[in-house]
Ligand binder design. Structure first.
Ligand code: NAD
Length: 433
């Protein structure tokens, strides 16, 4: 089977290298020449553990993988074409912007030579895959192609493992022929007993949004419980443990913190609310989740200012800029949003992140960068831990104490406890405790 994957971002590139690892001849296409230059040198344009090893192996040794800037050249003889371009939030309307997806569909429609499956792996609102079918059908006879929905569930930071050992694979098809091709494609995973959820295109598209919206809701739920805990002297970590041990609830995504961020949850919750609206369903639960999450960073930055008694011109250190550990992705990063709010109040932010400093600087040039966590703390009036990178989990606070101007720590991710600081004289503020 020959595969073409359009878009070499987090999802497209991981899909490409992993399918090459399964043994498929795979071509990955992107319009970003800079990105392609990196990839052709076996360099991953973003931070994701394990990608470069697979790039090196399949570009240079097995030669199963190649890159191109041309959709027209690449899709002609592809058996399966994946659309993995971005679906960001539209500027004003808070719904999914499908411009890139439809552009790619138009391009595919002009270049199909043989029967192909067109698969949406990008996260797209219900109805989109059938829209793609209509676009392609304007130029190509209905017998010459099928459309499939195959949403992706990988997480940045553990993307290769998530792709190779997923909890499930979801495929939404219109007929047995396309279903069989997809099952054949995923045979290597079927062999390790990965559940394959085979359903309609509409259900498949909804599964992706419902999953992300549910996880975002779970995060917001525990964050609101954290607020209650703070006000009444309880500990949200104990509460989370107490409820998470119940198998009906589960302990995942029950970590209180600054709110959900990243390139998926915020935009997908908003897009799902819009999908509901268009179909006369008022997703009031998700509207509350979205609003609560947006307000949370404002509440947290106000808390930091008041508890640390910060004034205009004060310097604050911020550890962690990526939206979560093990990635350099700063899209909708709560750390950066909190930094922005503090900067707006005239506070200076000095920061360190193991991987995301370059992207953070592009996002907000006013953030001052340091070469390590300790340097970021020099002369600072408060220390904020914004992202729970492993290297922040065992910091030498005796050393930090000597450089901080004010011994206040805001541990937004609860990676420490108050008793870690009792003898050191720090004022410790966790989340929900
Ligand atoms: P991304 O922004 O990292 O990458 C998108 C890529 O598509 C870019 O390299 C861009 O240059 C390329 N592109 C755009 N238009 C193109 C065109 N016409 N021709 C060729 N290339 C084009 O996006 P991503 O994070 O990989 O997300 C892609 C989709 O997958 C989104 O719908 C997202 O919601 C979904 N998703 C993302 C994740 C994640 O963790 N990032 C996880 C699951 C699903």
């Amino acid at each position: 089977m020959k595969l073409a994957i359009i878009g070499t971002g987090y999802v497209g590139l991981i899909t490409g290298v992993c399918f090459a690892e399964f043994g498929y001849q795979t071509i990955c296409i992107d319009k970003d020449e800079n990105r392609l230059n990196y990839l052709n040198k076996s360099k991953c344009p973003f931070y994701e553990p394990g990608v470069e090893n697979l790039l090196e192996k399949h570009l240079n040794k097995t030669k199963l993988l190649s890159f191109s800037n041309s959709i027209s050249e690449s899709v002609k003889d592809a058996d399966i074409i994946f659309i993995t371009v971005g679906t960001p939030t539209k500027r004003l309307e808070e719904e999914a912007d499908l411009t890139y997806v439809f552009e790619v569909a138009e391009e595919i429609s002009k270049n199909l030579n043989q029967y192909s499956l067109i698969v949406t792996k990008s996260t797209v609102p219900v109805g989109t895959t059938k829209e793609i079918k209509k676009i392609i059908n304007k130029k190509i006879n209905i017998e010459k192609f099928d459309v499939v929905s195959n949403p992706e569930f990988l997480r940045e930071g553990s993307a290769i493992n998530d792709f190779m050992r997923p909890d499930r694979v979801v495929i939404g098809c219109e007929n047995i022929k396309s279903e069989n091709i997809m099952k054949q494609l995923y045979r290597p995973l079927y062999l390790i007993e990965t559940p394959i959820i085979s359903t309609t295109i509409e259900s498949s598209e909804i599964i992706k949004y419902a999953a992300n919206s549910f996880l975002a809701t779970k995060i917001s739920f525990i964050n609101q419980i954290a607020d209650l805990c703070e006000n009444v002297g309880a500990n949200v970590q104990d509460v989370a443990k107490g409820i998470g041990i119940d198998k009906r609830i589960g302990n995942k995504f029950l970590h209180a913190g600054p709110g959900y961020g990243g390139s998926c949850f915020p935009k997908d919750v908003k897009a799902f609310i819009k999908t509901g609206e268009k179909s006369n369903v008022n997703f009031s639960i998700l509207s509350a989740v979205d609003k609560f999450n947006n307000n949370r960073i404002i509440k947290i930055s106000n808390k930091i200012i008041s508890k640390a008694n910060l004034k205009k011109g004060d310097l604050v250190s911020l550890l962690g800029l990526s939206f979560k550990p093990n990635t350099d992705d700063v899209r909708a990063s709560t750390s950066i949003m909190i930094a922005k709010l503090l900067i707006n109040e005239g506070i200076k932010i000095k920061s360190y992140d193991p991987a995301a400093m370059k992207n953070a600087k592009l996002e907000n040039p006013e953030i001052i960068l340091s070469s390590n966590a300790y340097e970021a703390c020099v002369d600072s009036k408060a220390l904020i831990i914004g992202t729970e990178w492993n290297e922040f989990r065992a910091l030498d606070f005796i050393k930090i104490k000597k450089s901080l101007a004010n011994l206040v720590i805001f541990d937004l991710r609860n990676i420490y406890n108050e008793n870690n600081f009792q003898d050191l004289g720090f004022k410790y503020f966790g989340t929900g405790k």
